[in-house]
Ligand binder design. Structure first.
Ligand code: ASP
Length: 307
């Protein structure tokens, strides 16, 4: 039994805020990423390869706040974070503050496989990508007028702006994927541009193993939401802990973290999770979360709002 789930960010995604055309575009992008990962799993690929491929597909899509569509920092740059983790051997790799690498998730994998480190940041991480021949892009590749306008608004408001804002023009969409492959192995991957108007060098939960991304032999988790809250809650790892120490099901453990722990303190967002039996759960406490999942032999689910 293999299974895959992906997300494209959680937040205030009101039905009224998306035109039918925009909704179609988001759904198509989610479906394409899901199919990429699902087909790999069906053909016997490892969970790690499937989550990386699904995230790459979302990073290349300008609709989502990761890779190509990354949001701007306060000083008008892009600083992207990404992490992936392999459950059965607990290997992990992450990058933070990369500015040039086209697919930060590929750089995270390089950290895992080609260095002795887990988390590499800033020019050193872009340098590693260059060393191994990953495609790099100039700043213009990551430039979108809409994102730039969002930054000006955020600067005017004097606040760091979650990409989960009520204004429909604010793009939403840290991206992530979790999978269970045919061999029972689990993996998780997450990639983001962070938050609009974030201070330069700010690091969110995404590249912090245990906060925004986690995988072990029990479950694989990828989070999206207000990163500072997810860091303090050690959100992704807490799902694994609740399963291990309290014997809870994946669904119950994930629900407790998202609804009972994060929501009351203002930690808006959600997560996607899969367990060793191929169960999938996609809880969120925000108005919506771009999400999709498919379990072996089943239908693909693609959803945005609370349904
Ligand atoms: N968690 C991400 C961060 O705080 C943002 C997001 O999920 O949209 O960097």
């Amino acid at each position: 039994m293999f299974a895959l789930a992906i997300h494209g960010g959680a937040g205030t995604i009101a039905r009224a805020s998306l035109t039918p055309d925009a909704e179609r575009e988001y759904r198509a992008a989610l479906e394409a990423a899901l199919t990429t990962g699902y087909d790999l799993l069906r053909n016997g690929a490892a969970a790690l390869d499937a989550v990386e491929a699904a995230v790459r597909s979302l990073e290349d899509c300008p609709l989502f706040n990761a890779g190509r569509g990354a949001v701007f920092t306060h000083d008008g740059h892009h600083e992207m974070d990404a992490a992936l983790m392999n459950g059965h051997n607990r290997l992990a790799g992450a990058v933070t503050g990369v500015r040039q690498v086209q697919n930060p998730i590929r750089a995270a994998r390089l950290v895992m496989e080609k260095t002795e480190h887990v988390l590499l940041g800033y020019p050193g991480a872009d340098e590693l990508a260059r060393e191994y021949g990953l495609p790099l892009q100039p700043a213009e590749y990551f430039f979108t007028q809409k994102r730039f306008d969002q930054l000006q608004e955020a600067i005017a408001s004097g606040k760091m702006q979650l990409d989960h804002a009520a204004d429909p023009n604010w793009k939403k969409g840290t991206v992530g994927a979790v999978a269970r492959d045919q061999y029972g192995h689990l993996a998780a991957a997450t990639s983001t541009g962070g938050m609009t108007n974030k201070r330069y060098s700010r690091i969110g939960d995404t590249p912090i193993v245990g906060a925004g991304t986690w995988a072990d032999e029990r479950c694989a988790i990828s989070c999206t939401g207000n990163g500072e809250y997810f860091i303090r809650a050690v959100a992704a790892y807490d799902v694994a802990c609740l399963m291990e120490y309290k014997g809870l099901s994946l669904e119950e453990a994930a629900r407790i973290v998202v609804q009972d722990k994060l929501a009351p303190v203002g930690g808006e967002g959600g997560l996607i999770a899969v367990d060793a039996a191929g169960n999938v759960t996609l809880p969120f406490n925000s108005e919506g979360m771009y999400r999709a999942s498919r379990v072996e032999g089943g239908e693909a689910l693609v959803a945005i709002y609370k349904e």
